[in-house]
Design a protein around this ligand. Sequence first.
Ligand code: FAD
Length: 350
Amino acid sequence: MIKTDILIIGAGPTGLFTVFEAGLLKLKCHLIDALPQAGGQCSEIYPKKPIYDIPAYPEILAGDLTDKLLEQCKQFEPGFTLGERAETIDKQEDGTFIVTTNKGTKHQAPVVAIAGGLGSFEPRKPLLENITDYEDKGVEYIIKDPEIYRNKKVIIAGGGDSALDWSIFLSDVASEVTLIHRRNEFRGHLDSVEKVQELKNQGKIELITPAEVVGLEGDNKIQALLIKKEDETIKKECDHFVPLFGLSPKLGPIANWGLEIEKNAIKVNNALDYQTNIPGIFAIGDVNTYPGKLKLILCGFHEATLMCQAAYQIINPGKRYVLKYTTVSGVDGFDGTRKEAPKAVVKKIE
Ligand SMILES: Cc1cc2nc3c(=O)[nH]c(=O)nc-3n(C[C@H](O)[C@H](O)[C@H](O)COP(=O)(O)OP(=O)(O)OC[C@H]3O[C@@H](n4cnc5c(N)ncnc54)[C@H](O)[C@@H]3O)c2cc1C
């Protein structure tokens, strides 16, 4: 049994920042994530994309943001159960919760913070009979490392931001980039649509629209796609096929925990502390909903900070916590390290 103060489900940016804020209050955290690495959407979906709206970072790659969050919370020695999905939750007589994963690992804590984002990641796959035969053999639904496409022939399918952005990015990496969409219109940022138009005009991206992939061919790995364009079916050789049709948001097992759910998100009390309808269980970051909710990283950070104050009260009933600035109090890690601003010196000026 893994025991901790705050059990965090989801090691995305919200979950990671929770560790830091909890650490300032001397509360220990353990994180569970279904993915094999921390970082949530930032590391799984868009690690190489720059984010422009993180306070004080004019630009930061999503992967680098994850690294920095991990570095920031390291002092508070979080525990991790990675590659396991939280399946069940049981309230104990003493008020604590036991959360068990799909692999049977048990965790116990007085406070549970669900930072599950979009839930377990499930990419929408095209309905092609033999597509599973080519998964990880040239067919990828998420681009993790663009370098694998260097000097390769890549066909991307999709009509949203991911398809547009990756086509633009890979036009400098791959030997050939083809973008296929079933409509002539794309639903993405105007800048991205215009950039793809420009790259098409320069011959750096081939656009096939309105068209649909209807067949996959290759021995052991993908070698060609059959593409239906109007009444014609064409065969196009490729080394990689990347259908980017988005992720279907699925809360997964959390949806059966007796929490109030609205449109696939957990309802919380945003006037106070982001607690759910079950006392002791909080929901923060993309996974929650309340009037005016914005699914942004910085909103998750804010919610995590307020949630930790409420968790402190549950764990230390009756004890008053006086907010201290880190510039004044410094930061004492659980690993014995201390960060503090240089002390003022007293020295005579003659
Ligand atoms: C392409 C793209 C670009 C974006 N750009 C920006 C941007 O510029 N600025 C911005 O602010 N936001 C941006 N976002 C949104 C941002 O990534 C999210 O707001 C942020 O990731 C939410 O963080 P989170 O920690 O709440 O959830 P997530 O990052 O979704 O992490 C949740 C984690 O919980 C895990 N999980 C879920 N259920 C379980 C379970 N039952 N058991 C175990 N683990 C579980 C998941 O595996 C996941 O790792 C972008 C998103 C995308 C897809």
